[in-house]
Write a protein that binds this ligand. Structure first.
Ligand SMILES: O=P(O)(O)OC[C@H]1O[C@H](O)[C@H](O)[C@@H](O)[C@@H]1O
Length: 446
């Protein structure tokens, strides 16, 4: 069966199999905590059985809602930040034509744009200017329903849509995805009568891509969410045993052995530009899950071979505190052969007739070998192709491994207390009602 595969042989020059196996008991107990809810943060394990428990009725509802947005809109803006943004962005980028943004809109396939993931005044001005003459719709996503960045973007775009379409029509083109009961967005959606989907209490934002949070924008972009869920469900079943046949267990255990051996930074490496945002999604998943109690591998990402010409020097010869996890994609979607040229002035005839991807694969292999020789251990994660099913596998694989890895590390992988610090200061500086004391204190500091 074609499926995701993990290979750790290129770490064994840094940590031995015995050293990895020393973590077996710890890793088995970590997996048990994920599967049986016996660890810290166990009220956030709703994602564990999510793929196999996703009902046809929910998928039908998401597909029908997507179809209605696809019919009525030439542009759909997905508003959200963090876990309410990165999963959809990652999957849509991975599956889309690289130049889709520059092609004229096709009837029935709206452009999916994103907002609320920054507070850029120019970004929002330019987005609104672009939307002036568009038939647009909005998917507004916030688990808490109170996050400032998406709330600002939604206030602006909601007002614009109502101005362009009238109140009644605008309401039909807005879908809200939020908590079942709590939060300002839920109140607003109820008041306005928007179509809504619920983010379950027990699924944290960074684990929510396989809920309506990710699935609705992905379906609006025209991709097969059932295949995505099917792939994730396959991986759910493949990641339950406490041994190296479980790829999530193997990856989690190996990266912790590397961390203990002084490898404090993990670089997620791709050789396909469509995976750039997958790296961004992965960085939130691992960064928010593990970076606490003064512990945690720092998650970084590079896009190769592009970054071999910028970051390659550091990776090859800089401080030896890094390891890499390479995502290798088996097959390209399209064929492109390198032409032969009679004059051969560029000296490229030695690769004439080869697929571009064959050259890319040699860049990948050559780099892996060079980095291993340079003291950078490599974990290799292979997927057969950039298709919905394998992306579903990859997403679930990293989620499961993240839960296991966090428990091996000894932290709660499902909270993110540190994210509140900047919010408190921002609210104090903006003099938000209720923050009077903090405002006074922060003003005395600046
Ligand atoms: O979905 P929301 O509640 O708006 O949250 C969006 C994001 O921002 C928060 O501050 C958290 O750090 C993230 O884990 C979350 O994904």
């Amino acid at each position: 069966m074609k499926t995701l595969h993990v290979d750790i042989k290129d770490v064994l020059g840094t940590v031995s199999q015995d050293e990895i196996n020393k973590l077996d008991a710890n890793a088995a107990s970590a997996l048990d905590k994920v599967l049986n809810g016996t660890g810290a943060g166990s009220d956030f394990l709703g994602w564990v059985n999510l793929p196999t428990e996703t009902t046809d009725a929910l998928l039908d509802d998401i597909v029908a809602t997507a179809e209605s947005l696809r019919r009525d809109c030439d542009t759909v803006v997905a508003i959200g930040i963090g876990g309410s943004y990165l999963g959809a962005k990652a999957v849509i980028e991975a599956l889309s034509d690289s130049f889709a943004a520059y092609r004229p809109a096709e009837q029935g396939t709206p452009k999916v744009l994103f907002a609320g993931q920054n507070i850029g005044e120019d970004y929002l001005y330019e987005l609104q200017d672009y939307l002036k003459d568009k038939r647009f719709g909005i998917i507004v996503i916030s688990k808490s329903g109170t996050t400032t960045e998406p709330a600002i973007a939604f206030r602006l775009l909601k007002e614009q849509l109502e101005r362009q379409l009238g109140l009644e029509e605008a309401r039909k083109r807005i879908v809200a995805i939020t908590d079942a009961q709590r939060g300002a967005l839920r109140r607003l959606a109820t008041e306005e009568g928007y179509k809504t989907f619920v983010i379950a209490d027990n699924v944290g934002g960074r684990y929510s891509v396989l809920t309506p949070v990710g699935l609705l924008p992905i379906a609006v972009a025209g991709f097969d969410i059932r295949a995505l869920i099917d792939g994730a469900a396959e991986m759910e079943k493949m990641t339950n045993s406490a041994d190296a046949s479980n790829p999530a267990y193997l990856y989690a255990e190996t990266r912790n052995a590397l961390y203990q051996a002084g490898k404090k930074t993990e670089i997620l490496v791709n050789y396909n530009p469509k995976l750039h945002f997958f790296g961004e999604w992965w960085k939130q998943l691992y960064g928010e899950s593990e970076g606490k109690d003064n512990l945690g591998i720092f998650p970084a990402a590079v896009d190769n071979s592009t970054d071999l010409h910028s970051m390659g020097q550091w990776i090859q010869e800089g401080e030896r505190t890094i390891f890499e996890t390479v995502i290798s994609v088996g097959e390209s979607k399209h064929e492109k052969l390198i032409p032969s040229d009679e004059a051969n002035l560029d000296g490229l005839n030695y690769i004439a007739g080869k697929h571009v991807d064959e050259v890319n694969k040699m860049a990948e292999l050559g780099t892996r070998l060079a980095h291993v020789d340079g003291g950078v251990p490599n974990i290799l994660v292979t997927i057969p192709a950039l298709e919905e099913k394998y992306l579903g596998q990859l997403i679930y694989f990293f989620e499961k491994a993240c839960g296991i890895s966090g428990y091996i590390l000894g932290i709660n992988p499902f909270n993110q207390p540190g994210v509140e610090a900047y919010k408190r200061n921002m609210f104090a500086l903006l003099e938000k009602p209720g923050y009077e004391k903090e405002t006074e204190a922060i003003k005395a500091r600046i």
